[in-house]
Structures are given as C-alpha cells and as structure tokens.
Design a protein around this ligand. Structure first.
Ligand SMILES: C[S@@+](CC[C@H](N)C(=O)[O-])C[C@H]1O[C@@H](n2cnc3c(N)ncnc32)[C@H](O)[C@@H]1O
Length: 221
C-alpha cells in the first residue's frame, strides 16, 4: 500500500476528529505502522504497545496463557489486545472497557477489533464498571488516559480496593502511568505504599521516557 510505504518518509494522517475527552483523535501511518494518537500523546500501537508488551513480558507470556480471563480498562485502538491475541496467543475471555464510543468505532474500522472472537468491548466509564461488576479476572490492565492526564480516581483507595477485589488470587494488575513532573513521581511513590502484605508489587521506571509501570501480584492466602 502506497500510504504505508510513504509513511517511512513522513507520517501520513488518514483520519482526524475532535474529541471532548482526548482533545483530538488521529489515525496516522507512521514508519509503516498504523497508530492512534490523541492531541498530545500516542494512544495505541507505537510506543504505547511497546510499553504494555514489556509489562506483559514481566508477568510472563506463558503464565498469561494459562489465565482464563483478562480485563482491560482503557481500550483505545486495542494494541495490548492485539499483543495478547497475536503474540501471547491468549485464548481465554478478554473484556475491554472504554468510555468513548467514537474510539470504539475507530478501533473497529481501522484496527479491526470487532474481528477478535474472544473479545467483548463495553462502552462505559471504567470507574462505574469496576463498581458494578461481580466478575473476577486473572489479569487487570489499567491504561486510562484522557490525552496526557490520568484521572484522579485511579490513585484513590476506593478504586484501588475495588480492583483488588476483582483480581483473583495469584492474578496480576498491570498499571501504566505517566510521570512527567515531581508531583507525578510523588503520587506514584504514595500509590506503591498502598499495597501491603497480601500483594507483591514491582515498579518499572522509565519503561519509555515518561512511563512507569507497576505489576502487582495478589498472593494466595
Ligand atoms: C492510552 S489509551 C489505551 C490504550 C490501549 N490500552 C491499547 O493497548 O492500545 C487510553 C484510553 O483510556 C480511555 N479512557 C479515559 N478515561 C476513561 C474512563 N474513565 N473509563 C474508561 N476508559 C477511559 C481513553 O478514551 C483512551 O481510549
């Protein structure tokens, strides 16, 4: 395809719209790869996919393959879902929660998420989903951004405690955060302290320039 080839020379934008939550949404061919960006950051594919792939590697592809169910909070173009399906070869159930229905339409049109059999996408605020669901999961991936902003609820006890209840024993939480300034650094240090004896937390700083990942294992009692 011509656009894909040309994109090795310059990025080629093929879709753009305004978005209340993300400021703008753009689908662009970049170095032979189709990526989804918000106004100021990469949402899916590109560096974001590399970051979450590293997180999955830290947990272990083989271990993930033995899981039954995975919850993804923040779907965007679904690059972590593609990694799970194409690279990890995960065959269990994947549930994705995305607040923005326009993003889900983009994900289906440009990234063909609707062709993935073992995936269910629910258009809902992740905070509300986490409050109402009674399902439990082996892996919960938290990847929620509104452009470059991370909503405060992600770091509050109420949400953290609910997520901890929804993850099965010996299951994992993978949390992607952005650290741009000292305040963010402090916020993450405080987050770390919230996980006590029943959890094994690891922090991976500077996974890519501004990203810090957490893997949190819920230990068996
Ligand atoms: C970095 S993107 C997710 C990338 C995705 N995990 C992937 O692998 O490609 C962040 C997403 O979080 C979504 N989002 C923001 N606030 C949300 C909320 N409260 N509930 C659910 N999704 C939210 C945004 O609309 C955006 O699609």
């Amino acid at each position: 395809m011509l656009q894909k080839l040309l994109s090795y020379l310059i990025p080629i934008n093929i879709y753009k719209s305004n978005s209340r939550l993300s400021n703008s949404l753009e689908v662009t061919w970049n170095n032979g790869e189709l990526v989804l960006d918000s106004k100021n950051t990469n949402y899916s594919y590109g560096s974001l996919q590399r970051i979450l792939r590293k997180g999955l590697k830290y947990i272990g592809f083989e271990r993930i393959n033995s899981f039954e169910s995975i919850l993804i909070l923040g779907v965007a173009g679904g690059s972590v879902i593609k990694t799970l399906v194409d690279e990890v070869r995960f065959k269990g159930k994947i549930t994705g929660i995305e607040i923005d229905k326009e993003i889900v339409a983009i994900a289906n049109k440009y990234f063909e998420l609707d062709k993935i059999q073992n995936l269910e996408i629910i258009v809902e605020d992740a905070f509300e989903f986490v409050l109402r669901t009674t399902e439990t999961f082996d892996l919960i991936i938290i990847d929620i951004f509104q452009d470059t902003t991370m909503p405060n609820f992600l770091f509050q006890d109420f949400f953290i405690n609910r997520v901890n209840l929804l993850v099965k024993e010996n299951g994992f939480i993978l949390f992607n955060t952005m650290v741009i300034n000292e305040k963010d650094k402090l916020r993450n240090e405080e987050y770390k302290l919230k996980f006590k004896d029943n959890y094994s937390l690891r922090m991976y700083p500077k996974v890519e320039v501004h990203n810090e990942l957490f893997t949190i294992k819920k230990l068996s009692k």
